[in-house]
Design a protein. Sequence first.
Length: 245
Amino acid sequence: MPDTSLTRNQTLLIGKRVNNIYMLDLCNIASSITCLLSKNDDSWLWHRRLSHIHMHHLNKLLSKNLVEGLLALKFEKNRICDACQRGKQTKAVFKNKNFVSTSRPLEMLHMDLFGPSRTMSLGGNYYGLVVIDDFSRFTWTLFIASKNHAFTAFNHLARVLENENSCHITSIKSDHGGEFENERFEYFCNKHGIKHNFSAPRTPQQNGVVERKNRSLEELARTLLNDSKLSKYFWQMLLIQHAMF
């Protein structure tokens, strides 16, 4: 309710200008206008004391009496904490795509490179080029000695796949790695009418189909090596024999 004791054109506060700053004497302010001053909220004070814990968790702590001296308050998020907004911000979640956007094999191929492995394989390789068909999710893993051999391996695979399936590759998708974004790949795509899609920099989620397969293959190799107690340079042989497509 408004204070009826105050009338229009009445002076409420008098401040003195000191070095371009107006100073107020808060000790002599009348009690009728103390509403102009911001009051500390004890619930948000406890929020800061407990490392900016969520208000929902504060209510749980209070209900189970887990913190000594915690006041019996109603903790609710009735405003925004600037420190929490700056310190707890995260990237938006990439939602999974629940449908297949392609209608035939080789319409889109996902590609990525994993490695280098700390141990050279028996075949002298350190890297694995993983290619996944978006329609069938069939996977091809090509082992190469260095990143420079990525185009040669893909070029051979592309010719074999097109002959086997009697259809052409429409598009490929990869990151901006130097093994994919180069003159040879660009010339190959322009010559055969293939659209090369790149994921955004520092956003592996956009190429998540093959990124997840890379993790599965690496975990598979480590698990089989640990189970069979073989030397680490057998990792390529185990992947060839036991990889699940």
